[in-house]
Design a protein around this ligand. Structure first.
Ligand SMILES: Nc1ncnc2c1ncn2[C@@H]1O[C@H](COP(=O)(O)OP(=O)(O)OP(=O)(O)O)[C@@H](O)[C@H]1O
Length: 561
């Protein structure tokens, strides 16, 4: 089923029924108090100046309308204020909590999606970069839920009640207010349309700039080595000027909108005053307290009215963000097939007439590849740069899939196997699969159990046995960003440790001995010789020569032709 904005909101609301109901009830109650306070001031006016209005008698069911003296009136009044404070506090806290919880659920789902997105999709222009900076969208979505939905519902409820109260006091005045509001909404709708267009443009420009900076930062070393600071600065300034220009336009329209809303609300007050001056009812003194109530009511709902008049911009920004997020949720993902535990029994891996080309590449990497990798054997796949060695690893791991032909484990085609099931069988040693984590331990082990730690420690000691002890890596040593603190030999050594510790039946090793020091090389060789008896080993190399005895040697370049 397609993900939509309303499905996301409904799904969330289902699990938060209690919080939502309590929050909305608190909101409704505090809004009632917001109306009661101005009405109570009308009553106070009567006490203080001795007027009596037959219109206010319509509210006789309210407790303070019944009070006989000032003291009891004031007691009721302060009680109202305290209750209103309590309800408003609860309502605001509840709304923020709803917003936080919704965003938490989206954030977690988004990260899960990011991890599951198929690699070719991830590498496509834009997607990978977008995933780094979705926090602005989550903020807009939080605002949408909090201000655009919950507060809006409360505000409209409050306005409707006030409108009913004013209608009860003076129906003609209520009609006049409605007319002004309809006209105002139309004008603001027009301004909002422009704001939306400009904010979209500004947002796209900002994203472009972030990508620009991101690429330059990642290529910092080349940028410095080739003295590119000046041209890059020029390019950045050009983009920055465009952003400034659209920012200026946006600020202009926004200021117009922000200034229009109070102007509209004050015009409303002015229209009411004109009406009052021309209405015979208010010419007589006894209408004074009702007029005061109406004016106080309108004054106390002005901020609410302004919010409602401005809400469409919250909706529009929220909608853009929802669309972006849903686009990510809908991307093709891995592991959508049911997980199927593969037996550890030895089955060959078969490439049958495999054709493969990258999405954006005009030429196929493989046109008709046929290979059988026998279980328990050591197979060497060799060939020159560009013949598809890395692509074979990707196919084996199902991070990419053939265009035509098929891959099978025994009789089971890859197409019916979930990626997780396949990768449970295969470990890789390759520079294309970077080490990550804070320290050596995190880089080579992903279970935090004590036994694992002991095993990791023993393996590390074994692998570094012939190295000078002062150069030994320890489990707690920091590896830097993607292993930036490590030299290439240490990096390779840890890639081996990571693969060995996973205990998988198939081991793919790219350039097995490259970068290793002579001492570690002999250690790795011994270890691989031991493993040859129990694992399927696939060696991938530029060279046909390897120090390990192989059962099968395949020249990939010959296969590809
Ligand atoms: N993501 C990609 N998009 C488009 N073309 C790609 C992509 N990755 C690799 N290629 C192309 O596919 C072909 C095979 O690439 P591959 O990386 O598998 O070769 P290789 O034998 O591993 O090369 P090397 O030994 O230099 O690492 C090359 O022509 C390469 O340019």
């Amino acid at each position: 089923m397609r993900t939509t904005k309303w499905r996301l909101i409904k799904g969330f609301a289902k699990g938060q029924k209690a919080l939502l109901t309590i929050t909305l009830l608190l909101g409704f109650t505090y809004n009632l108090f917001t109306i009661l306070i101005p009405i109570s001031i009308g009553k106070f006016y009567e006490f203080a100046f001795g007027f009596s209005s037959h219109r206010l008698k319509a509210f006789g069911f309210i407790p303070f309308m019944d009070t006989e003296d000032h003291i009891s009136f004031l007691v009721v009044f302060f009680t109202l204020v305290i209750f209103r404070f309590g309800f408003e506090y609860g309502n605001r806290y509840g709304m923020s909590l709803v917003g936080e919880r919704f965003v938490k659920s989206l954030r977690e789902r988004l990260f899960d999606c990011q991890m599951q997105i198929a690699l070719p999709v991830y590498s496509e222009k834009g997607i990978g970069k977008y995933l780094l900076r979705f926090s602005g969208d989550l903020k807009s979505i939080q605002n949408y839920l909090k201000q655009g939905l919950m507060r809006f519902v409360q505000d409209v409820t409050l306005l409707s009640i006030v409108f009913m109260v004013i209608t009860a006091i003076d129906a003609l005045m209520a009609l006049l207010i409605l007319g002004v509001l309809v006209l105002a909404s139309f004008i603001l709708w027009l301004i909002n349309k422009v704001i939306y267009k400009q904010s979209l443009e500004r947002r796209n420009l900002r994203s472009g700039m972030l990508s620009f900076v991101n690429t330059r930062l990642r290529a910092m070393i080349s940028l410095k080595a080739f003295n590119k600071n000046t041209p890059e600065n020029k390019r950045y300034h050009k983009r920055s000027t465009s952003l400034y220009q659209i920012g200026r336009k946006y600020a202009n329209t926004l200021a117009l909108m922000q200034a229009s809303v109070p102007a509209i609300t004050y015009t409303l007050l002015g229209v009411i005053m004109v009406y009052v001056l021309n209405s015979p009812t208010y010419q007589k003194n006894h209408g004074g307290s009702t007029l005061l109530v109406v004016i106080l009511l309108i004054l106390s709902i002005l901020p609410v009215l302004r919010r409602v008049l401005r809400v469409s911009i919250v909706w529009k920004l929220g909608n853009i963000s929802f669309d972006k997020l849903i686009q990510v949720f809908e991307l093709p993902k891995e592991n959508e097939l049911p997980f199927q535990e593969l037996s550890r029994e030895k089955d060959p891996i078969i490439f049958e007439n495999v054709q493969f080309s990258y999405n954006n590449a005009p030429k196929s990497v493989f046109r008709n590849l046929n290979l059988v990798i026998q279980p328990g054997n050591t197979t060497l796949l060799f060939g020159p740069s560009g013949c598809g060695k890395s692509t074979i690893i990707k196919l084996l791991l199902k991070t990419v899939s053939p265009g035509k032909g098929r891959l099978k484990i025994g009789e089971i085609p890859y197409t019916v196997l979930s990626e997780k099931a396949i990768r449970k069988r295969i470990a890789v040693v390759s520079n294309d699969y970077p080490l990550y984590g804070r320290d050596v331990y995190e880089a080579i082990v992903y279970s935090r159990s004590k036994e694992r730690k002991i095993r990791a420690s023993k393996l590390l000691a074994y692998m570094q046995y012939f190295e000078n002890p002062k150069d030994h890596l320890q489990l707690h040593d920091r590896i830097g960003d993607l292993g930036s603190n490590l030299n290439s030999g240490q990096s390779k050594l840890l890639q081996y440790c990571r693969a060995f510790l996973t205990d998988k039946p198939i081991l793919i090793i790219e350039e097995p001995f490259k970068s290793l020091s002579c001492r570690t090389r002999s250690r790795v060789l011994d270890k691989l010789k031991d493993l040859q008896n129990e694992k399927t080993i696939i060696l991938i190399s530029h060279s046909q020569k390897t120090q390990l005895k192989t059962d099968q040697t395949i020249n990939l370049a010959a296969q590809v032709q």
